[in-house]
Design a binder for this molecule. Sequence first.
Ligand SMILES: [Zn+2]
Length: 345
Amino acid sequence: MDLLGKTENSALAESLDIPVSSCSVDVHTHIFCWGENPEEGYLSENTRKMWKTRLVLRISGILSEPGETISEKMRNRLIRHIQTSGLDYAVVLAQDAVYREDGSRNDPDTHFYVSNDHVFDLARECPKILPGCSINPIRSDALKELERCREAGARLVKLHTAIQGVDPSRPEFDPFYKLANELGVVLMFHTGWEHSCKVVSQEFTDPRKLERPLDHGGPVIAAHCGSCAWYDAEQYYPHFVEMMNRYDNLFGDTAIMASMNRWFSLLRMSREEDWLKRRILHGSDYPFPTARLPFLLRTGLFPRERKNPFDLDLLVKSSFKFGPGYAGQVLKLLGVEPSPPPPGA
Ligand SMILES: [Zn+2]
C-alpha cells in the first residue's frame, strides 16, 4: 500500500524530507512603509487616511516604538519581533506597484508599495531576514528586475494577483515564469479573496489560475492556500485542494489563516490526507494579528509564546500537525543552507 500517498512519487516533494525540518521559518511576513521616503515604499494617501489604518496605528501602539518616522518605527518593531522570536528565519516580502498594460508604472492606482531594495536593506540589517522580492510581470523591465533580485540574493518572488492586477494565466508571462525556474527562484502567488487593500480583481486569486506557472515545473507557493473569509462570495479552498491533487510542485502557506475571519480554515485543512499536509508551509502574514480566542484549547490561556507575535502564530499553527517539515522544509525549496548556531549555543 502506498502509505505516503501521491507525494511518494514526487522527487521534488521527497527531496524536502530533510533535517532542516528542525528549523523554523516564516515564509510570509510583511513590512509596511508610511511614505516619508516614497522610493522605499508607501501607503497611498487614501489608505493612510482610512479610519481603519488610523485605528490600527493607535491600537498597535506603533507610535510609541523608537524611531524618528512612522516607517522607522514599523521597521524597528519588525526587527525586534524577529530577533526575539524563536524563528530561525523570516521571509520579508516586498510589494510591487500596479502597472499599466503598456508596462509603465501606475503610481496613482498603487495603494501599497514596498521596494525590493527596502527588503534587501532589512536583510542586511538582520541576519534572520530573507528577502522576498515582488515583481509585477506586467512591467516592461520584469525580466531584468528578476535577474537583478536573484543576483542580490532573493530566492523567492511574490506576485500579488489581486492588488497588482496580475492574472497568473496570461500566456505573455511565460518568459517570466521560465526565467524564475532557470534562476531557481520560487514563485509565490496570493490566492483567496483579499480584504486589506483595494484590489484590481478578486478573480485572479483563484488557485485554478496557477496552471500556467505550475506547468513550468518549478515550485509554486499558493499563499493562504486559496482560503477566503466565511462571508466571501466565492470559496476557493476546494480549488486549492484540486490543484494540489493535480500538481506535486504546488505548495501552500498558512498566512492569515489564524485570523478571526478565517479561523475555521486551519481545522478544515488539518482534516486533509497526509500527502497534502506535507506540502503546507508555515507563514504568519505578520503584522496581521493571530486570533487567540478560537485556539484557546490548543494554546492554553496564557502561553509563554503570546509575548511574541511570531511565536504565538507558530504555536497555534503547529498544533494542527500539518507535517514534519511544516516550519522548516521551505529552506530546501529556497536553496538556503541554515547557518550554523553561534559557538556555545
Ligand atoms: Zn500577506
